[in-house]
Write a protein that binds this ligand. Structure first.
Ligand code: FEO
Length: 415
């Protein structure tokens, strides 16, 4: 079925032999509106090497692409950078077919692979910064804990200065154009940002350490080849994605507010609109995200360059609306930094939503500005004016923080 699928040559000796998942729309809760790719790479040499595999159901596609270059059974080594099954899922079948001389993974990667596949295959652990030579090709390994799992590592191919970065610098974006330049640059930047926000946001301090370490190692890669999305194919592109990661990992307070809410009979929605009007009045960018119309992964993406979050919900059966709880649960897990905010709620006879929403905001370490706003049944003109005043207060506080806190964080406003 996949007989004619081709590998794509990305350098003198390296071929992309991955799979394109055009249909993927959900990746453990992350809405992947443009699908994804699972990138595996074949390095030719005296002893051919495969870096990572693909999701299990795409095994045949990977095999066909490898077969367009060499007989897969000629591959002598497998390097597994990341054990998550979108990259390791085809390892058992690959081992059964190829019987590679050696399989390499990080020290934590060895037990993680075994705990996934319960196989007897021997896996060789490599150390952080260890260099090995396989045939006539040499590699340096770099531990990248929590990017995106504890066992993850990068493999740097020394002969051609290519950094194989598994989830790092990747994005969920299905494309048959392997080089970044061949794709729409606006979509790429948005999808890279979305990937960072939805997968890597909790690990920004580790990312900062990793970026420092990469520069101290003086690797100067001429290409970064991630496990999802296109390859960053030259030094300009490499610099661009590294700069974006540095910016996202050091998020300050930013002049943008996000309002999320769901509504039963329109009261919470009317409050959201008036708060937005107040924010807008102070010339701060504001985006209303009705939960009925957006995905949780779009909300966290917008929060990556926002400074304020406002959340609204009616009370339903002594709880908040489940749709609002869904988004808050997701955001809470991803730990966005440097946010101010407030909540607003509506009710009929018990305003439990207010207490629940405030608890969420405190757990997310969001600094509450002013007072929460509540309305019984339908807002009066006075309450709607209070909503506007809350928006103005949020916008003014944000401006103050941008002027003071960001300076103390060493963040230039022109960056
Ligand atoms: Fe693409 Fe963490 O797996």
């Amino acid at each position: 079925m996949h007989n004619n699928l081709q590998a794509i040559k990305i350098s003198e000796n390296v071929y992309w032999v991955g799979a394109i998942d055009w249909k993927l729309r959900d990746f453990h809760g992350y809405s992947t509106s443009h699908g994804s790719t699972y990138n595996a790479y074949l390095i030719l040499g005296e002893k051919p090497i495969l870096i990572d595999t693909v999701k299990a159901q795409f095994y045949e596609e990977m095999l066909a692409r490898i077969s367009s270059v060499i007989d897969p059974q000629n591959i002598r080594y497998l390097i597994s950078n990341h054990s998550e099954m979108d990259h390791s899922g085809s390892i058992p079948k690959f081992i059964d077919l190829v019987h590679p001389e050696k399989i390499f993974a990080s020290k934590l990667g060895v037990p993680t692979l075994k705990e996934h596949f319960h196989f007897n295959a021997e896996i060789t652990a490599v150390n952080d910064e260890e260099i090995i030579t396989l045939g006539n090709r040499s590699f340096k390994f770099i531990e990248t804990r929590m990017i995106h799992w504890p066992e993850s590592m990068f493999t740097y191919y020394l002969d051609e200065k290519i950094l194989f970065s598994q989830d790092g610098f990747g994005m969920h974006f299905a494309t048959s154009e392997i080089f970044s330049e061949q794709n729409d640059q606006c979509i790429l930047e948005y999808e890279a940002k979305k990937y960072f926000a939805n997968i890597l946001l909790p690990y920004t301090s580790l990312i900062n350490k990793l970026l420092t370490k990469l520069s101290q190692l003086n690797l100067e890669p001429t290409m970064i080849a991630p496990a999802h999305g296109p390859v960053w194919e030259n030094q300009n592109k490499v610099r661009k994605i590294l700069d974006l990661w540095r910016k996202w990992a050091n998020k300050p307070f930013l002049p943008k507010a996000i309002i999320i809410y769901d509504t039963m009979w329109g009261s919470t929605e009317n409050m959201a609109k008036m708060i937005a009007d107040g924010i807008n009045q102070e010339n701060i960018d504001v985006k209303i995200m009705p939960i009925s119309a957006v995905r949780r992964s779009d909300v966290i993406t917008e929060l990556l360059d926002a400074g304020a979050l406002l959340v609204g919900s009616p009370t339903l059966n002594q709880e908040i609306l489940p749709t609002v709880a869904d988004v808050l649960c997701y955001i809470h897990g991803l730990k966005p930094q440097n946010l101010i905010g407030q909540i607003f709620s509506s009710y009929g006879w018990g305003n439990e939503a207010q207490k629940i929403l405030i608890e969420y905001m405190k757990n997310m370490k969001i600094e509450l500005i002013g007072e929460p706003i509540k309305v019984k049944y339908v807002p009066t003109e006075e309450i709607l004016q209070n909503c506007r005043l809350l928006g103005i207060n949020i916008a003014k506080t944000l401006k103050d923080k941008i002027g003071t806190v960001n300076d103390s964080l060493g963040w230039s406003r022109n960056r």
